[in-house]
Design a protein around this ligand. Structure first.
Ligand code: THU
Length: 161
């Protein structure tokens, strides 16, 4: 028996002002998308913005449904839209902002496990890391250098063949 350690590393910025300006611009797009989320059941709004290597910015937000499991998270709404519209483009950076409508949070809200799995598919496909910055409604912003860093010991296509 041997022990295997899995490691992840995050960088935490104190606030938006500490971010490089291109990243804070992209975060503002995620924040705007967040305010347009359709989240009447959870009252928890999430917005995501993707910068592609062709210069396009794609945004998404959570879309809920009376049949709860039919809804979709912001990150997957955005990443699937990018995959559908720009199949050959690489995703350079993703920003995420999330908060409960009635309880604004100032702590970084990380993407859920299902979204990490969806995101890592595209990171592996493009063979380039996707930088991810995530925050609440205000305050600190966490950064991961890649999706894989948020999802170590990943289930990917290599196990299927
Ligand atoms: N949600 C996201 O949009 N992204 C996540 O990573 C986690 C959760 C959404 C799903 C649902 O509409 C609401 O937040 C509460 O879970």
């Amino acid at each position: 028996m041997k022990e295997v350690k899995l490691e992840s590393k995050l960088f935490v910025y104190e606030n938006l002002e500490e971010l490089p300006s291109d990243v804070s611009d992209l975060m503002e797009k995620a924040m705007l998308a967040r305010t347009r989320a359709y989240a009447p059941y959870s009252n928890f709004q999430v917005g995501a913005a993707l910068l592609l290597d062709n210069g396009e910015v794609v945004t998404g937000n959570n879309q809920e449904n009376a049949s709860y499991p039919s809804g979709l998270c912001a990150e997957r709404t955005a990443i699937y839209y990018a995959g559908a519209q720009y199949p050959d483009a690489k995703i350079v950076c993703m920003t995420i902002s999330a908060t409960a409508i009635n309880a604004p949070t100032s702590k970084p809200i990380p993407p859920c496990g299902a979204c990490r799995q969806a995101m890592v598919e595209y990171e592996i496909k493009q063979d380039e890391p996707i930088e991810i910055y995530f925050m609440g409604e205000m305050g600190a912003v966490a950064k991961s250098d890649s999706v894989l860093n948020l999802l170590p010991y990943v289930f990917d296509k290599s196990v299927l063949f």
